[in-house]
Design a protein around this ligand. Sequence first.
Ligand code: NAD
Ligand code: MG
Length: 328
Amino acid sequence: MQIYSQKDVKPKALKGARIAILGYGSQGRAHALNLKDSGYDVVVGLRKGGESWNKAKKDGLQVAEPAEAVKGAKLIAFLVPDLAQKDLYKSVLDNVALGATILFAHGFNIHYKLIKPRKDLDVVLIAPKGPGHLVRRQYEQGYGVPCLIAVEQNATKQGFHNALAYADGIGGTRGGVIKTTFAEETETDLFGEQSVLCGGTTELVQKGFEVLVEAGYQPEIAYYEVMHELKLIVDLLHEGGLAKMHKYVSETCKYGDLTRGSRIVNKATKREMKKVLAEVQSGKFARQWIAENKKDQKKYKQLMKKDLAHPIEKVGAKLRARMPWLEQ
Ligand code: NAD
Ligand code: MG
């Protein structure tokens, strides 16, 4: 493993450079504000009249239409939704300077070849391993969300240095920047969010809730047990791995964990995880998601509606309303 920190940043990289951030959502806002606070000349590229336009202005940033924003930029970060990046790339390309660096926060478009970048460009990845609000908050606190770095195309030989300087500008070198490839980042990221982080965890929570409620227990008790308390356990894992969690839970809990856990997430689950990974690796998942977008996300919207209609959402909303401090 290769990991980079502040001392590896080339002082001249991106010095005085103009950076265009396209998109002002979860990652875009965090990157733009952090880079500005790090002393860069930042311009945010947004559709005029869109919701984010006023927000970025209010945050004190320069704002322009994407095709304007990229003019004269040394580095251009594509931080709009993955499936919107290809059209955006095409729409700004004529104004992208020769030898500029284009940057992604997730490798999807390059790895699955939706975008085939112009040969003169440096193509790099800085993927923060955390959501945008944390990228911003930790930077303000003097910390930083760790990042991954990859270089797909190194036309000017400055791609890596520019990417690392960018990572430094958003606070990523504080925790460390690990070297990867577009393929590794894309495949592990998709697998993780599908099997463990979002897909796996929410399914585990929902099924656990259903089992308790179907057995006649109060939904409020079930909610606290399987959803609310999850954060407390995850925080321990995040801070100190399995060892820290075991240190803070009861002996009875530990014994139950060690004897029951592997019955729930078992060999069959692992086999299915391998299939999910294979679909990511073969591009089957990507093709399906691209096709879904061509059909106006009809199935996706249906599935989302169903997910949000789960009874745990009703109980949860009611209980969380009593704890407004959770939102902060
Ligand atoms: P987002 O959905 O939060 O924000 C999207 C932004 O793009 C918004 O400002 C929106 O107004 C704008 N936008 C939407 N559709 C557009 C279009 N058709 N044309 C132009 N602009 C449009 O996006 P995000 O979650 O920050 O994701 C950006 C990138 O960062 C993606 O590549 C994603 O995979 C990656 N990433 C996200 C996270 C995360 O936690 N959200 C973490 C790591 C990497
Ligand atoms: Mg789910």
